[in-house]
Ligand binder design. Structure first.
Ligand SMILES: NC(=O)C1=CN([C@@H]2O[C@H](COP(=O)(O)OP(=O)(O)OC[C@H]3O[C@@H](n4cnc5c(N)ncnc54)[C@H](OP(=O)(O)O)[C@@H]3O)[C@@H](O)[C@H]2O)C=CC1
Ligand SMILES: O=C(O)[C@@H]1CCC=N1
Length: 269
């Protein structure tokens, strides 16, 4: 894993998402001494990791910068960070709805610019990271970005930036939709009379076991059929989810709403 680490990593913002990424990198052997975090609060992040509240005068040679603040802060950040970028800076951005062209325009000196869209379970090495750059990027830049993201989970390069908001809707936002599903399963259990705490425990364990099994085996649709005995209880439940493609429609609407918000953000809204 050690070969994947950049000489230095400068994180601009380290909240929920970048914090999970850093947590995993440190657990996989990244030397904390190679990391600097800029965050306005100055709150410590992890043992040995330097936290600053103002930009340094220069970045160490070969620094990989990762933008991990909120997308609307890009103008303020770029004003102070762009002068520190050089032709050996690799710039990674996890900002939703912020295009490669926008990033390149704001950081014209950076050697390579790569968009990455992680999701929260990267903190346990079971995340998904979508990656995108274009033909202007060097193969070294792609390799370095890919190597840094590899310990986080499944990494998928996206061929067309037009897909980026769509994959963000699926995997970037997806954990939130699943967390809602777990809650809803528990509350539905409660609604049919199961004691609340027991319903919560059983819903969580059911989702965990089913997800692990689905990941290890074949098609989830085949697994669903293995649960559903003909004429039995599960089939009746599936009939409710499947009627008029109810679940599929709900999830499609959900992803479309998230995708559309990414597209609006890209237009500056
Ligand atoms: N949350 C998620 O699941 C995912 C988020 N993302 C992207 O990650 C980014 C961060 O989201 P998230 O971690 O949820 O947000 P958080 O609010 O948890 O973290 C934001 C971070 O930005 C810092 N910050 C605030 N203002 C500035 C500034 N002016 N300059 C530099 N840093 C600043 C904050 O510092 P301080 O802590 O000191 O206040 C904080 O560390 C977003 O761009 C989002 O699109 C991408 C994929 C998934
Ligand atoms: O909600 C957001 O905008 C970010 C992008 C993916 C997950 N969180």
């Amino acid at each position: 894993m050690a070969t994947g680490w950049p000489p230095h990593l400068f994180l601009v913002g380290c909240g929920n998402m970048a914090g999970q990424m850093l947590h995993r990198w440190l657990a996989c052997g990244l030397d904390p001494d190679r990391v600097t975090i800029l965050r306005p609060s100055g709150r410590p992040v992890a043992d040995g990791v330097r936290v600053v509240t103002a930009y340094p005068d220069a970045l160490p040679q070969g620094t990989t910068v990762m933008l991990g603040m909120k997308p609307h802060q890009i103008a303020d950040v770029a004003e102070q960070l762009a002068p520190l970028c050089t032709t050996d800076t690799v710039m990674l951005s996890i900002l939703a709805g912020t295009t490669l062209a926008d990033l390149r325009a704001r950081f014209p000196s950076a050697r390579d610019v790569v968009r990455a869209m992680p999701n929260l379970p990267v903190g346990i090495g079971q995340g998904v990271v979508a990656l995108y750059t274009d033909e202007q990027a060097s193969s070294a830049g792609r390799t370095e970005a890919g190597a840094l993201m590899a310990p986080l989970g499944l990494c998928e390069w996206i061929a067309d930036e037009a897909l980026f908001n769509r994959v963000t809707a699926l995997s970037g936002c997806g954990p939130a939709f699943l967390f809602r599903f777990i809650d809803a399963l528990a509350r539905a259990g409660e609604a049919i009379g199961i004691p609340p705490e027991q319903a919560a425990r059983m819903a969580m364990a059911t989702v965990q076991g089913a997800a692990t099994m689905a990941a290890a085996q074949e098609n989830p649709a085949t697994l669903a059929d293995q649960v559903a005995s003909p004429g039995g209880m599960t089939r009746e439940g599936l009939n409710v989810l499947d009627a008029d493609d109810r679940l599929l429609t709900l999830l499609t609407d959900t992803l479309e709403a998230a995708r559309d918000r990414g597209e609006a953000m890209a237009r500056g809204h």
